[in-house]
Design a protein around this ligand. Structure first.
Ligand code: FMN
Length: 177
């Protein structure tokens, strides 16, 4: 059940060394390709990375929040063509979310690594660095990398009473039920 999935889903950053089965990877890509996109423009491209050297290179895409990718058996890099519409960021974010949730449904751990809007160093954006690592064609932007693997950690689900229902209003902002 979807509700049960979102109740237990967490970001997982530590993985077993076991590879992700090709059939499982294909299901993740199916989820990505089934994600909704504005006007059906489907501006996203996905690069599946399992080469340890490339995973290590990608783990240096930005100074913080990506290093754990070096310990992941698989990454899915979500790119998009901004010329295919003004909401490619939203389209790419939804596809990334679909992969994260599909991974959870398969018992795999995964974590979003933000690339768009981040910098590799003073002279290069993280998106340009990833484009260089993966030989992306000119014009593609990188939204995110999803690290995927069999979980080597099990973060507890967020308890129901930790959810900020105070941020929800009814009919008018600030109004309760
Ligand atoms: C847009 C977005 C960007 C994120 N970027 C990163 C990132 O670069 N590195 C990272 O380790 N986690 C990243 N995360 C994961 C968040 O840190 C995580 O979702 C948050 O701490 C809540 O934890 P949970 O997913 O386990 O509930 C990102 C999540 C989102 C939605």
């Amino acid at each position: 059940m979807f509700v049960e999935l979102v109740r237990t889903r967490r970001s997982v950053r530590r993985y077993l060394a076991t590879p992700v089965e090709p059939a499982q990877a294909e299901l993740l890509l199916e989820a990505a390709l089934r994600a909704p996109s504005s006007q059906g423009q489907s501006p996203c491209h996905f690069v599946v990375v399992s080469d340890p050297k490339l995973l290590s290179d990608l783990s240096r895409a930005k100074p913080h929040g990506a290093s754990f990718l070096g310990g992941a058996p698989l990454a899915i890099v979500v790119c998009a063509d901004p010329s295919k519409g003004d909401v490619w960021v939203e389209d790419a974010a939804i596809a990334t979310t679909f992969v994260h949730l599909a991974a959870a449904s398969l018992g795999l751990g995964s974590c979003w690594i933000q690339i768009r809007g981040r910098v590799h160093d003073a002279s290069q954006t993280s998106s340009a660095y990833v484009a260089q690592c993966l030989q992306l064609p000119p014009g593609l932007e990188v939204e995110a990398i999803i690290a995927v693997g069999s979980p080597a950690e099990s973060p507890s689900p967020h308890p129901h009473d930790s959810l900020a229902f105070s941020r929800v209003s009814y009919d008018r902002f600030g109004q309760g039920l």
